[in-house]
Design a protein around this ligand. Sequence first.
Ligand SMILES: [Zn+2]
Length: 600
Amino acid sequence: MVAALCLLSQAVLAAGEVRHTISFPQDKEQLLQVRSVFPVSAPLTELTMPNWTPGSYLIRDYAANVNSISAVSADGAPLAVQKVSKDRWQVDTRQTNTLVVDYVVFTPEINVSTSWASREFSLINGTSVFLYTGQTRDLPQLLAVVSDQDRGQVFSAMSNTSDAGVFRVANYDELVDNPVAVARAPVYRFSHDSQEYVLLNVGENEFWDGVQAARDVEKIVAGTQSFWGANPLKRPYWFMNFIVEGKGGLEHDQSTVVMTGRRQMRDRKDYVKWLGTIAHEFFHVWNVRHMRPLDLAQYDYQNEQYTSELWLAEGLTSYYDNLLLSRAGLITPKEYMELLASDIYQLETTPGRLLRPVTEASLDAWIRHYQPNPNTLNSTISYYIKGAVIGFVLDTHLRKNSKGRHDLDEVMRKMYSLYSSRPYSAEAFEKTVVEVGGAEAGKLLRTLTTTTVEPDVDAALDWYGLELNRGAVLITGEQGEAPLRSDLGILWDSKIPGMVVSAVLDGRSGSAAGLMAGDEVLAIGGERLTPERLESLLSSFEPGERTELIISRRDRILRLDITLDTAIPDHYDIILQPDFERHDITRLQSLLGQDPRKQP
Ligand SMILES: [Zn+2]
């Protein structure tokens, strides 16, 4: 480790490479000390810090976390550094051909896209840490990370040099596409078809069974590799699993970072979510990393890169993550139906689906999906959710119209064979769908992606002998027998004590009554409202009944009249049709990779 530091501290460097050294200041947590040595050839050199991390479409202004920055020449003479914009510094490099820059980066949050430095564990995402110059983005880069026994080992999917703790990559893009973990953590290695994989479990605890998790990841790997039939991986692939808090994952060419809760494996539903995240991120190796929209072909780390294809890159990945879990036998058919029903439920209960086509939702990811506000549900639709439902409806169309000879799997593989070596244009997917499934399939795809016409999930489910139960509340309502649950047509903020409105859904009673996000509802019909009393209070009213709300808005007490809605059920179910046995069971079997009649 010490040898590594010395190697990269040398100011004189081999021409044509950039050397970065990261160490951890001893006197304070959450900081990274960075030294970067650049070859320079111009009188003025501009240092740039990225503003976002590819795969996570949000301007994060990483330069805001750079605490201090200084520069010297090869022989240690101080060089003048001047900040010229929010993400750039200029250095006077007339007198030197080597620029040594020292700076400190603060790491504000634990997140798959950014960096976090602590004695317990550290995650380094290069875009939030490394500077580049106009001349050096394409040069080979060396990285040394200096740890100690206390902090633990340095892990990354990058190629190691002969010096311990020193990695080498071909260019800046590769440097920032390879996250680094520093921790005392177990690794689980396995190989499949001569390709090596590593599962790193940072924060593994008594609630996490590392051996079982590795066995399940191996099944996902086997199923996904066999789905695509072509392996683009060049080195061992790393699943960097942070069992620390939070959720989510971020895909890279040779690795993924996944975050999960400490007790995630103790609850079956939570564990299935984790398996789904692993399947999702690994599917991205093909869909979005090696097969990429033209808009994202070359990353611009400083500015928003707009693409209309996130329903394909993210949404179809979301369609396949759960499906591949079923085909790998990791979830039962019943569990798969629950996940599909949940996607349909989320789509159909989001008012914004009627306002914005999924292509535009994708383009707006930067200002909507990644910057949600109380109106987001009314103004946009998740390209993950709608993309997954489009995947199901389109896949079913392809299967149905070809009597099972063609499917979406074939489209995806064909796309990969055409576009793994060059990026695809906005028209490419539709063209491929038409080639596989004919003009009708292309038209369906275009309608579902560029308009707000609702995907016909009922017809698609019917072809498999399935049906969607949209909730007992509505069905019993038609009979007029069972008491209907009513509601206010709003969402509650679960993070604040009290009954505070987080969103008011368009077209429902709360909106008509004049409720606003941030209102605290104190009473309904003269009765005090508390979280415990919500259910019983609302069931005491019939939908359509009028009553009065007492609310607190910016500390003023107001009264609002409301006509209560019929409650939206809290979930949907997909069930086998009563005469399912008379259907062609092989249809569903072929989709799920297992016998649909199998119960958990
Ligand atoms: Zn994704």
